[in-house]
Design a binder for this molecule. Structure first.
Ligand code: C5P
Length: 400
């Protein structure tokens, strides 16, 4: 049966690009109900969308509708997916606070279908912490949000805020309309983020791990129908909706949590940046600097437990384990050693000296090395795409 997508257009200059999106959806036999805020109608005429979608365009909460008894409820009931594109800062704020004061915002509140938000605005507006908080809040409710692209903006500024390419929005719509459920019934245990080792009550040793890779894996596994337990060290990221989040601080806390859940999980993915050293003894009181003279403090460090190695020893039959190897030299050789010593099914190796790979980047350049020696090198990809490639491989292994 044909799917119905609600396209909600709000008042940004990028609204003219949505004409192409609606046209592409219609060409591919997707029914489209276009809704526009008053602001959007100042940028592009509803007649354009009426012509392209072949349906009345909904703009007014108070107008009589021939098609629906109660317009906003009737529209919401028909939707398989609601897309808000472009989503302005104002409309995102209204969504985040449940405000329903016009046709589109009222449909948003009445809607029960998945929602895709495609923000587009000036880069300072996009970076504004209030806007970012509103986006995070919406993500915590399970709404999908596409990152705007960087480039020249209509206001003349160069920065992040452009509407993503219509083809990319279309692809995201298709994957949301036809979600893949190849991990349904599986329980996935992922660790992510960086661990912190206390020095004294106010100081700790951390590392550059941001959690982005592990959070992307958790989110992708959820989207594919898996039950996900995310054991997370330090990160600024919002956890994906629907995961069981276990927050930890030190490598020992992370190890305890991972070992606790290991027996009930089918797939284990170690994406955390686990500290390799901890303090031999944590000071009870804040270590004081001396008032004069050279400042020097000796800290004695001892090795932490290698979590994946411990889990590798306890690995059950049919349990799939994947680890990462971030290397600065001899990538393949070092990664192969880790694959073996941790008893993994495959390892995701990356040379962190390559631009666009490793910590604190949005992209990664990885090579998969399997137990049987197979080596597959992937091009530079967004970490979300790497997550999908890792899970494709896990699914292949499950079916083997
Ligand atoms: O040995 P190395 O730290 O490079 O191995 C990286 C892999 O091992 C990653 O998957 C990481 O999450 C995991 N690891 C671990 N426990 C440690 C150190 C790393 O599970 N103490």
């Amino acid at each position: 049966m044909a799917k119905t997508v609600g396209v909600g257009i709000t008042g940004g200059i990028a609204s003219y690009k949505i004409a192409d999106l609606v046209s592409k959806l219609k060409t591919n036999d997707i029914d489209v109900i276009v809704m526009m805020t008053e602001g959007a109608t100042h940028f592009i005429s509803p007649l354009t969308f009426k012509t392209l979608s072949g349906r009345e365009v909904a703009t007014d909460l108070w107008s009589e509708s021939l098609e629906y008894k109660v317009q906003h409820i009737g529209i919401a009931e028909q939707l398989d997916l609601l897309v808000i594109a472009p989503a302005t800062a104002n409309f995102i704020a209204k969504m985040a606070h449940g405000i329903a004061d016009d046709l589109l915002s009222t449909v948003v509140v009445a809607n029960t279908a998945p929602v895709l938000i495609v923000p587009a605005m000036n880069s300072n507006m996009f970076k504004n912490p209030i806007v970012q908080d509103n986006i995070k809040k919406l993500q915590s409710y399970g709404y999908q949000v596409m990152d705007p692209e960087s480039g020249m903006l209509a206001c003349g500024v160069v920065g992040q805020g452009r509407l993503p390419a219509v083809d990319d929005i279309y692809d995201r719509i298709i994957s949301l309309l036809h979600p893949c459920s190849d991990m349904a019934g599986k329980r996935v245990l992922v660790n992510a983020g960086s661990t912190c080792e206390d020095i004294d009550p106010v100081r700790f040793i951390g590392n550059r791990g941001t959690g982005r890779m592990g959070y992307a894996i958790a989110s992708e596994a959820c989207a594919r129908g898996a039950e996900v337990i995310l054991v997370s060290g330090k990160t600024h990221l919002e956890p994906p909706a629907n995961v069981k989040l276990v927050e930890v601080w030190s490598s020992q806390d992370m190890c305890d949590a991972m070992l606790k859940y290991q027996p009930v999980c089918d797939i284990i993915i170690g994406a955390a940046a686990v500290g390799d050293f901890r303090l031999a003894a944590i000071a009870d009181q804040k270590i004081k600097k001396t008032d004069n003279g050279p400042q020097s403090v000796m800290l004695e460090l001892v090795g932490t437990t290698d979590i994946l190695k411990e889990m590798g020893k306890r690995k059950q039959e049919n349990q799939i384990m994947v680890g990462f190897a971030a290397e600065t030299e001899n990538l393949l050789e070092n990664a192969r050693k880790k694959l073996k010593s941790k008893n993994l099914d495959f390892i995701v190796a990356n040379d962190v000296t390559i631009e666009g790979a490793g910590f604190a980047t949005e992209t990664n350049v990885v090579t998969f090395i399997s137990r049987d020696g197979e080596v597959v090198s992937l091009p530079k990809m967004l970490k979300e795409e790497v997550a999908a490639a890792i899970l494709d491989r896990v699914v292949d292994l499950m079916q083997a």
